[in-house]
Design a protein around this ligand. Structure first.
Ligand SMILES: Nc1ncnc2c1ncn2[C@@H]1O[C@H](COP(=O)(O)OP(=O)(O)OP(=O)(O)O)[C@@H](O)[C@H]1O
Length: 325
C-alpha cells in the first residue's frame, strides 16, 4: 500500500553567526551548509496497519511525512502510495490521504469550523451523501456538535485538534498521516483522540502513520514502530520485540500479612520494603517472576501481587542510547 524506497532529502541553509555584523555578512555574502534530513530511507506499510514513526528531535520524521503527503519533493528515491507518486500525482494522491499536523492548522482561522468543513468538501469534491454520512459519524465520535458553529480561533487546543482530525477524514481517505496529533492535549483529550484513531483503523480500515514524542500514544496505538535518527532508518519492528529486547527487569510488588523475615532471593534486588510489603526488581535473565512469587509464598502469607514492566519512555531512552541518536 505504501512503498518508500531510498528516499533522500537535504536542505541548503545559510550559516549565520550572532550579532548585527554576522547578520549583515550573511545577507551580502551568504555562506551555505547542507543538512541531510533523510538518507536512503526505505519501508513498506500494509493496509490496516498503525505504524509509529519515531525518533528524537530533528531525526527527519516531519520531512518524511511532508514527502509522502506530497508537500515536499525528495532529492532522490521512489515512493508509491496506492499507485501514485505523491509529489508527481498530487491531485489524485491527496484524495487517498488525510493529514494532521499537530503544530499547524488546516482549518481557516476566522470562520466557523463548519464553513471550513464545507470548503474542504468542495476542494475534495466529496459527494453530498458521503459528506453527510462522514460528518454525522465524525460529529458523534469526536463530539464536535457544539464546536461546529465556533470560529477556530476561539477553540481550545484539544477542541481544535478534534476538529482537525475530523477535517482530515471528511473525504474518506484510506491513509491518515498524523504528525504529533496529541501535542499539548490534556489527559482526557489524549485518550479521546487515541480511541478515535483506534476506531477508524478497526472499523474503516484506515491505515495510520503516526509520529509523536508521546510514547504512550505509541504504546496505545501502534503495533509496529519504525525508528529514524539523523535521517537514517535504524529499526523496524514490533513494540513487543522492542520491549523484549530492553525489558530485562520487571518490578514485583508484594503485599503480605505482617512479616519480619529478611528476604534474599537470587536475581532480585530490593527497591523498598516495610512490614506489610516489598518491592523487588527482578532480573529476568536470572530468574522468572513466577519463581520469585513461589519462593516468597513459601515464607510469607501473600495478600496481593502486582508485576510492572519498565515504562515505555525508559525503553525508548535506551533505544536512542543504543543507536547514539
Ligand atoms: N525547511 C527546512 N530548511 C532547512 N532545514 C530543514 C528544513 N526542514 C527540516 N530541516 C532540517 O532537517 C532535519 C530534520 O527535520 P525534521 O523536521 O524532519 O525532524 P523531526 O524528526 O520532525 O523533528 P522534531 O521531532 O523536532 O519535529 C533537521 O535537522 C532540520 O533542521
Amino acid at each position: 500500500m505504501i512503498e518508500v524506497e531510498s528516499l533522500s532529502k537535504s536542505f541548503k541553509v545559510v550559516k549565520r553567526g550572532a550579532g548585527i555584523g554576522a547578520a549583515l555578512k550573511s545577507l551580502f555574502k551568504p555562506e551555505y551548509s547542507t543538512v541531510e534530513a533523510l538518507k536512503d530511507v526505505s519501508f513498506k506499510i500494509n493496509e490496516g496497519e498503525i505504524v509509529g514513526y519515531i525518533g528524537p528531535n530533528g531525526a527527519g520524521k516531519s520531512t518524511t511525512i511532508k514527502i509522502i503527503s506530497g508537500i515536499l519533493v525528495p532529492d532522490s528515491g521512489k515512493c508509491n502510495i496506492l499507485g501514485y507518486t505523491p509529489w508527481k500525482n498530487r491531485v489524485n494522491h491527496v484524495k487517498n490521504i488525510g493529514v494532521v499536523f499537530g503544530q499547524r492548522s488546516q482549518l481557516w482561522w476566522d470562520v466557523p469550523v463548519m464553513d471550513s468543513f464545507n470548503l474542504l468538501k468542495d476542494i475534495y469534491k466529496v459527494p453530498q451523501k458521503e459528506f453527510n454520512d462522514n460528518l454525522e459519524l465524525l460529529t458523534s465520535t469526536l463530539d464536535l456538535s457544539s464546536l461546529l458553529s465556533t470560529p477556530v480561533r476561539q477553540l481550545s487546543l484539544g477542541q481544535r485538534m478534534r476538529c482537525e482530525i475530523g477535517a482530515s477524514l471528511l473525504h474518506s481517505p484510506k491513509i491518515l498521516f498524523l504528525d504529533e496529533p496529541t501535542i499539548g492535549l490534556d489527559a482526557v483529550s489524549k485518550v479521546a483522540v487515541r480511541n478515535f484513531i483506534k476506531t477508524i483503523n478497526k472499523e474503516k480500515k484506515v491505515t495510520v502513520i503516526l509520529t509523536t514524542h508521546d510514547m504512550n500514544d505509541i504504546e496505545a496505538l501502534a503495533e509496529r514502530i519504525i525508528l529514524i535518527g539523523k535521517g537514517k532508518l535504524l529499526m523496524d519492528g514490533t513494540i513487543t520485540e522492542l520491549k523484549n529486547k530492553f525489558s530485562t527487569h520487571k518490578i514485583l510488588k508484594v503485599d503480605f500479612a505482617e512479616n519480619h523475615e529478611n528476604i534474599h532471593i537470587y536475581g532480585t534486588q530490593i527497591i523498598s520494603r516495610s512490614k506489610e510489603n516489598i518491592t523487588l526488581s527482578v532480573d529476568l535473565e536470572k530468574i522468572k517472576v513466577s519463581e520469585v512469587i513461589g519462593l516468597l509464598s513459601n515464607k510469607l502469607d501473600i495478600i496481593d501481587v502486582s508485576v510492572e514492566s519498565r515504562p515505555i519512555d525508559e525503553i525508548i531512552v535506551d533505544l536512542y542510547k543504543e543507536y547514539q541518536i
